[in-house]
Design a protein around this ligand. Structure first.
Ligand SMILES: *[C@@H]1O[C@H](CO)[C@@H](O)[C@H](O)[C@H]1NC(C)=O
Ligand SMILES: *[C@@H]1O[C@H](CO)[C@@H](O)[C@H](O)[C@H]1NC(C)=O
Length: 292
């Protein structure tokens, strides 16, 4: 049953891609949610959270209700910034830094799915909001360098592989619906599924970025601690063009770590054909810092 919680998160995440899936709130066991709002040393104060979210929205000129009650609106507003390129990305990240400082020690108590569920918000809204903030945690933190370096390419993949990403989620959904015990294998498949198009189009380091982003945003690591995102190139012959981000290190490959596997050749060819069809404008090349 715990898998349904992850599904809810993914469904909420994919809302902008109009992927909807009904979920039964009664089926969500609280035990999977992890640390509750009181698990840390501080509790989340409503007034503080409201204030910090208002400041975040004001900084980005986001009007209307764009928060945990309607994460889709927040997500769309942030997309406008993301799609405008690296300057937009950095503006969102500035707002996110202020938001993080604003919440201070209560950050992890507030950016917590259980907190909103207990307030009576829907599973989808609670998961969707926290997922947006977790995603920013990575994109504006450990993943910022990769994001800035390859933003144009990342945006291209995001736009052009939409149906691939929908299929990734459907496959994940089907697998865990049929076999809930296969959650962690399905989670690995899901992260692989998301990272392959990025590897083919943007290179191995961006593949790491895409995998880590999915892992952190969906909090897959909570249940599947062995889930790791390694830097893998598409095949052995690309080894030399690997470029490790500063904050990662090359670890010995664990036998269970399927991230170590290169992309299957047939899939690689298919994705390469798709990647080759992506028109890259001069502006996007500039955004991407002249990638490939
Ligand atoms: C928000 O709007 C104000 C006034 O129009 C503008 O000066 C500011 O640059 C905008 N902020 C962002 C992040 O675009
Ligand atoms: C999820 O899986 C179930 C069972 O296989 C299926 O009925 C449902 O349509 C799937 N939803 C999505 C979005 O793939």
């Amino acid at each position: 049953m715990k898998v349904l919680l992850i599904l809810a998160a993914i469904v909420a995440a994919c809302r902008s891609e109009s992927l909807s899936m009904p979920v039964d709130p009664d089926l969500f066991p609280v035990s999977f949610i992890g640390d509750g709002p009181n698990a840390g040393s501080t509790v989340c104060i409503d007034a503080a959270l409201n204030h910090c979210q208002s400041s975040f929205n004001a900084y980005l000129n986001i009007t209307g209700v764009a928060d945990w009650s309607s994460p889709g609106i927040l997500s769309n507003a942030l997309d406008t910034y993301f799609l405008s390129g690296v300057p937009g990305l950095l503006q969102v990240c500035n707002a996110r830094t202020l938001f993080y400082q604003c919440l201070g020690s209560s950050y992890s108590s507030c950016i917590n799915r259980l907190y909103f569920i207990e307030k009576g918000y829907s599973q989808q809204a609670s998961y969707g909001y926290v997922q947006i903030m977790k995603e920013l945690e990575f994109t504006c933190g450990g993943g910022l360098m990769q994001a800035v370096q390859s933003w144009g390419c990342i945006l291209n993949v995001r736009q052009n592989f939409k149906s691939t990403f929908s299929t990734c989620v459907s496959n994940f959904n089907n697998t865990i619906t049929q076999n809930p015990n296969a959650l962690c294998q399905a989670a690995q498949d899901l992260t692989n599924c998301f990272r392959f198009p990025y590897i083919v189009t943007c290179g191995g380091a961006v593949g790491w970025w895409a995998c880590e982003r999915v892992r952190i945003a969906f909090e897959l690591g909570t249940q599947c601690q062995s889930l790791q995102c390694n830097i893998n190139s598409r095949s052995a012959k690309d080894e030399e063009e690997k470029e490790l981000p500063e904050n990662s290190e090359k670890k010995p490959v664990h036998p269970m770590d399927i991230h170590a596997l290169p992309i299957p050749e047939s899939l690689f060819e298919e994705y390469q054909r798709m990647a080759n069809k992506i028109p890259i404008s001069d502006e996007e090349m500039k955004l991407a810092g002249g990638h490939q």
